[in-house]
Design a protein around this ligand. Structure first.
Ligand code: NOJ
Length: 767
């Protein structure tokens, strides 16, 4: 019986197949079913030069589109420009209703009815805030990173947005730079894989889905290397650093199908990135075959004049379009100059056509030509934003981002026997700081605070008392303005805090930064904690030694005294909407911490830039730092080493690494290592693999992360983790820009962080 049915099925399938084959021989596609490329060409053929240039122009909607009257003249001009097809994209137009109104202006008034594309900085959430990107990188969990941006995309798409200006995949090695919070940290490999996961989360498998948005790899390139950590500053990088450290995450992003790139404010070797033909046209579009478009950073085409590169707007427009900068964000320079430049033969219309094609392609891919309003759905917006499901995802993502830096006497997880808990610190009661900077449309003061999280987590017989203790900032706190810090002489909250600490079995003290100390334009010369938090900490330690410091920061901070004096420290970054719950999950052991630092924590700002992938120099410190002789690459007043190294992070359990084996064959190494959970809790461990090419024609770092795997281990369980290393992991870019590995000896190192590693040295032949 079964056989007969199978046969019938095969016959039926064959029939369908033949019918389809016949159909496709007869007409390769259905009537009217033009491919997107054909549609683009047809549309392009209808466009005037002015309309083409309009597509390259992006405005910021600095007004509310829900009301009919724009507040100023500039806005009126923008409205008129949209109606006459002189605008291709907008940023900062928000809500399903606002985007619908704006879209109507374009579609109902412009001659060719080309829809606008709406972009926005949806960096770590739209309404529901995920942990900041640096925190997400600390999870080393690609699935969770994907989930984080998937939720962000769903919410943003429901609010009418098509495109996010994220992820930022600038390798960031200077903790003074405020935008380090938006990065995946100091490492090229970790940044590459995190960037890819974020892109996959935002874009999904289908850009035309109403749940996904286009991503943007930024800032191309070198922005994270701002000299002295000062935002927007010039950078000084060698070609070697550019090729091997800065560019790889961008190449991975391009290969992952990221829809757009954003160029950068900085210059490289005297050429603004926005005007760099090498970066945008040669490398990205030609060598990497990138088919999407490049948007300028805000005003960066115009800033080429301020840089001292282009003498005027006409030249700036010429440089930028020739370099491959397709869309002009808020310079208005393309709009005002390109037509003239084409007409007088200074710029070829072919360049404009190429840029327009790229922009139209994304609009087609997003499905905007089928229905320009499809993303702006009030019903969906209402259901999607801050949904239970999204908040639950925020909590889950946040749990894995916390890094246990110290846990003396197993103070954590908090045991049932701990009856009186004192929670101290302005940051512990804060409902806004945990939302982080670059928070899109998060409702102010909407995060679960630490004290709320703790109160929700304790059992009935555990008492929680809260005292603010210190204050950090005062007055306006927002994305645009400088912060005002509270007078450090104000000790008015100390007494109460000391009192509750004295009576407690355990003190949980929140220390750290305001979230607006990091983010765009928020560079600092100091990495110490501001105000009088440390003074209060000292007072608290005098009356109670059982202190757990919960750190909230958007960057690595230098806190040697905290590291020394406080028995337990948990780094929680800015953990998003569910920060308090997620932190409590970790403090009480509902989640065993698994985060690992994506960036080195220095002892002092003077060590910065500090990163593990250093070169050896001819004079490395092989002895201890105070060995006596001075002729070594060191500081006379401090060790070279960080307070906590890259990849560092403890668990409530312990992991033992043994039996590292490395088997080589030509062009290849097979690595395996055994890891055992030797402690008292089930736990997750991130097994990290570093390599060093010991002698190469271009000096290689003493360690370079090339792979990792996160595993879960039951108490007493052992797992074997295997890695395959090939030229991809063992090679590097040479001065001629070719990538290959060199034969010779390699150190293969595997372990729990970038310092505690098992090592084998092997010879590998690549000839
Ligand atoms: C400037 C920032 O550098 C960039 O990252 C951001 O996307 C744009 N402003 C738009 O807000």
């Amino acid at each position: 019986m079964k056989k007969i049915r199978d046969k019938r099925f095969v016959a039926f399938a064959l029939l369908i197949f033949l019918a389809m084959a016949f159909q496709s021989v007869k007409s390769p596609k259905k009537n009217n079913a033009m491919t997107n490329d054909e549609k683009i060409e047809a549309l392009l053929a209808k466009m005037t030069l002015a309309e083409k240039i309009g597509q390259l122009n992006m405005y910021s909607g600095s007004w509310e589109f829900t009301g009919p009257v724009p507040p100023d003249q500039g806005s009126q001009q923008k409205l008129d420009d949209i109606k006459s097809g002189r605008v291709g994209g907008m940023l900062n137009v928000l809500t399903a209703e606002g985007t619908k109104e704006a879209q109507k202006l374009a579609v109902e008034n412009s001659r060719l009815k080309i829809p606008l594309i709406f972009g926005y900085d949806v960096v770590h959430g739209y309404k529901t805030m995920m942990p900041i990107p640096l925190a997400q990188a600390a999870s080393w969990n690609l699935e969770m990173a994907r989930l984080g941006s998937e939720v962000a995309a769903r919410e943003a798409a429901a609010a009418g947005l098509h495109w996010t200006f994220a992820p930022m995949i600038d390798v960031s090695r200077d903790a003074r730079w405020g935008r380090i919070m938006e990065s995946a940290g100091e490492d090229t490999y970790l940044t590459s894989v995190m960037g890819k996961a974020w892109i996959e989360g935002f874009q999904g498998k289908d850009l035309s889905s109403e749940k996904t948005i286009a991503a943007c790899a930024k800032h191309f390139a070198g922005y994270g290397y701002a000299e002295a950590g000062r935002d927007y500053n010039t950078i000084e990088v060698t070609e070697n650093t550019l090729l091997n450290v800065i560019l790889p995450p961008f190449k991975v992003a391009s290969e992952a199908g990221v829809a757009t790139f954003m160029n950068a404010f900085n210059d490289i070797g005297g050429v603004p990135a926005t005007g760099s033909e090498f970066l945008q046209r040669q490398l990205l579009k030609k060598e990497w075959n990138f088919e999407g478009f490049v948007v300028s950073d805000w005003g960066s085409i115009g800033e080429m004049i301020t840089h001292g590169y282009a003498p005027d707007s006409l030249t700036a427009a010429t440089y930028a379009i020739k370099a491959g900068s397709d869309m002009d964000m808020e310079s208005h320079i393309y709009l005002n100059n390109l037509e003239k430049l084409v007409k007088n033969g200074k710029v070829s219309e072919k360049l404009i056509d190429d840029a327009v094609r790229r922009i139209l392609k994304l609009k087609f891919d997003l499905g905007l030509f089928d229905d320009p309003y499809r993303y702006s759905n009030l019903e969906r917006e209402k259901k999607e934003l801050l949904s239970e499901k999204n908040l639950q995802a925020a909590r889950e993502v946040a749990q894995g981002t916390m890094v246990l830096l110290k846990n003396e006497n197993s103070l954590l997880p908090i045991q049932k026997s701990v009856k009186n808990i004192a929670v101290i610190g302005n940051l512990a009661g804060h409902k806004d700081v945990p939302l982080g900077s670059w928070r899109a449309q998060a409702n102010p003061n909407s995060a679960v605070s630490l004290v709320e999280g703790i109160k929700a987590a304790v059992s009935a017989d555990q008492k929680v008392e809260y005292a603010e203790g210190y204050q950090l900032t005062t007055g306006t706190r927002d994305f645009l303005h400088e912060l005002t810090f509270t007078d450090p002489n104000d000790r008015s909250g100390f007494e109460n805090a000391i009192k509750i600490a004295k009576n407690a079995d355990l003190v949980i003290m929140a220390l750290g930064e305001d979230c607006y100390q990091s983010g765009e334009g928020r560079s600092q010369t100091s990495l110490e904690l501001k105000g009088n938090q440390l003074e209060l900490l000292d007072e608290i330690l005098k009356v109670n030694k059982n202190v757990v410091a919960v750190l909230m920061t958007g960057r690595p901070v230098a806190i040697p005294t905290v590291a020394q004096k406080v028995p337990a420290i948990l780094q929680t970054w800015f953990a998003g909407s569910q920060a308090g719950h997620a932190t409590a999950d970790v403090l009480f052991g509902k989640y065993n911490p698994s985060g690992k630092l994506p960036v080195s924590f220095p002892r002092h700002v003077g060590q910065v830039p500090l990163y593990y992938a250093q070169k050896n120099t001819g004079r490395p410190v092989t002895n201890t730092w105070d060995a006596g002789l001075v002729f070594w690459s060191h500081y006379t007043d401090m060790p070279n080493t960080p307070q906590w190294c890259f990849g560092f992070g403890l668990s409530y359990t312990t992991f033992d690494y043994k039996n590292l084996s490395v088997k080589t064959s030509p062009k290849k190494a097979s690595v395996s290592v055994e890891i055992t959970n030797t402690g008292k809790y089930k736990g997750k461990e991130t097994v990290q693999l570093y390599i060093r090419d010991t002698h190469a024609t271009v000096i290689q770092p003493i360690k370079r992360l090339v792979a990792f795997e996160q595993i879960s281990l039951e108490i007493g369980e052992t797992k074997t983790v295997k890695f395959e290393l090939t030229e991809k992991e063992l090679g590097f870019y040479h001065p001629d820009r070719r990538f290959y590995a060199e034969s010779g000896s390699f150190e293969i190192m595997v372990g729990t962080n970038s310092e505690q590693l098992l090592k084998k040295t092997v010879e590998i032949d690549f000839d």
